[in-house]
Design a protein around this ligand. Structure first.
Ligand code: ADP
Length: 484
């Protein structure tokens, strides 16, 4: 059970076609508590028919929404923010229950999620066009921006609120309608957010949430020509599939896919800052974010000291149910996640890595894994190639700058990277040489609503958040007026 102050936020139906509905088949799917494995709710198991209904309703609703002024759309979005803030505690409880992250992190996520809505409410007012110099004195060249229309979002479980608002807010601000298919593990937060949007006065069918069969719902969202844009956050594998499915209808795409974030700690780094940065980047959400440090490259002069300090910090983490006070590490999302961590760890240990702390399932059982530090990792191990998505800090030793840049770039991913150095030259040159969409210098936390979030290479397409993020939901129109 989830204990909420406002029980209206625990929903068992979906806002589809303008009404809160159950699946046409009457079927449901269970949502389980990530910490206890117990069932906490049932949500509709919807599929293709409900998705088609949602798309048709979105198309109608968007026609009126795009005609409203940006200021009037912003007003509704700001009211939505206020309601989210008033209900922070309940939303955080939903996030922790279904996703597992500690309550303090979940509260932080609610704030972070709301920040995208406030930001894009204001950005809506700054969408403007230009008048170009004509090539003929009797002509005028006008460039304006218009909403793309009906959009779809498919989102992951690791940020059940923020990955939704980061897509929904710019879409609504731009004058689009959006249909969200939340991750099957975390639909409750999505439904609660939609309920609050409705209470804020958002007209029906502009934000619809469909829970159920990912393949069926996703298949229809990709196939249907009325949907003009898909924004997806999740694995590179699924992103690749969705991109192919969107090819026949040439949809606009935003893809936030997997990462394999390197952290580079140079000899001249401030050791305390580096440890703090690694802890923030690596152990947030128990290592389950796409910008989590996956490979920690440490220069030989500082290597031993960093190992010692990191082990101390990791051993101070408190593992447990995210609802309990003082817990800093919740469970992993499911048994498959534990298997992946074990696979990477065993592969490394067999190839000569050294375990410094942890390295096993946590005595609490379930999906808990002991926070781990493992040293002497090399480029031949899985840690170098694949995203581990768990609480394991994997340490590599390096000597030269050019060598570590090559190691860091030797991956098909290019989302986030971090460096720790006090040398001004390195602070400029290394980020320039790193093939990543985002680089943190002397910090392990870089995501916020102001900055453009996104990757290069096979980490994705497009940027979310920031003043650039709204462009993903706008089309450019050029009008040539002949005055003669
Ligand atoms: P993860 O391994 O983190 O679950 P996925 O990429 O599989 O990553 O999941 C992210 C989102 O993509 C979830 O909402 C999931 O339901 C959805 N998803 C997974 N497979 C498909 C698919 N074939 N079509 C549409 N959505 C999918």
């Amino acid at each position: 059970m989830i204990n909420l102050n406002n029980t209206d936020l625990l929903l068992d139906s979906c806002p589809v076609g303008g009404e809160w509905s159950h699946a046409q088949s009457g079927k449901t799917m269970s949502v389980v508590n990530a910490a206890t494995g117990q069932k906490i709710a049932e949500v509709p198991l919807m599929g293709q028919a409900e998705t088609q209904q949602a798309i048709a309703a979105a198309e109608m609703a968007q026609k009126a929404w795009k005609m409203q002024t940006a200021a009037s759309r912003a007003k509704i979005l700001h009211r939505w923010v206020s309601l989210i803030q008033e209900n922070t505690e309940d939303l955080a409880r939903l996030i922790t229950s279904e996703g597992g992250k500690p309550l303090a992190e979940a509260r932080g996520e609610v704030n972070y999620a709301a920040s995208f809505i406030s930001w894009f409410a204001e950005e809506a007012k700054r969408v403007d066009g230009v008048l170009l110099q004509p090539t003929n004195p009797d002509q005028r060249f006008i460039v304006s921006k218009q909403p793309v229309g009906v959009c779809a979002a498919i989102t992951p479980w690791n940020f059940p609120a923020a990955m939704i608002t980061r897509k929904v807010a710019p879409a609504l601000a731009a004058g689009c309608a959006i249909i969200v298919k939340p991750a099957e593990q975390t639909p409750l937060t999505a439904l609660a957010l939609a309920k609050l949007a409705e209470l804020a006065g958002l007209p029906k069918a502009l934000l619809q949430v469909i829970t159920g069969d990912a393949k069926e719902i996703g298949g229809e969202l990709c196939r249907n020509a009325t949907v003009r844009k898909l924004s997806f956050t999740g694995s590179t594998e699924t992103g690749r599939l969705l991109m192919a499915q969107c090819a026949p209808t040439i949809k606009k795409l935003s893809l936030e896919l997997g990462g394999n974030a390197p952290v580079i700690v140079f000899d001249d780094a401030d050791l305390g800052l580096a440890v703090k940065g690694i802890m923030a980047s690596k152990f947030r959400n128990s290592g389950q974010t796409c910008v989590c440090a996956n490979r920690i490259y440490v220069q030989s002069g500082i290597y031993q000291k960093l190992c010692d300090e990191l082990v101390k910090a990791v051993e101070a983490l408190k593992v447990g149910n995210g609802m309990d006070d003082g817990v800093t590490q919740g469970p992993l999302i499911n048994a498959k996640a534990i298997e992946k961590v074990e696979l990477h760890l065993n592969d490394a240990l067999q190839k000569g890595a050294t375990l410094l702390t942890g390295g096993h399932k946590h005595p609490l059982g379930g999906n808990y894994f002991a926070p781990t530090v493992v040293a002497n990792i090399t480029q031949e191990m899985r840690f170098a190639r694949e995203e581990t998505f768990g609480p394991v800090a994997a340490l590599f030793k390096f000597d030269r700058d050019d060598e570590v840049v090559n190691y860091a770039n030797d991956t098909e991913f290019g989302l986030a990277a971090y460096i720790f150095t006090q040398d001004a030259k390195r602070q400029w040159q290394i980020p320039e040489a790193l093939e990543y969409g985002m680089v943190g210098v002397n910090t392990g936390l870089i995501s916020n609503e102001v900055a453009p979030f996104g990757g290069i290479k096979q980490s994705g397409l497009g940027r979310e958040g920031s003043r650039f993020g709204i462009d993903e939901y706008l089309e450019m129109k050029y009008v040539c007026v002949n005055l003669a």
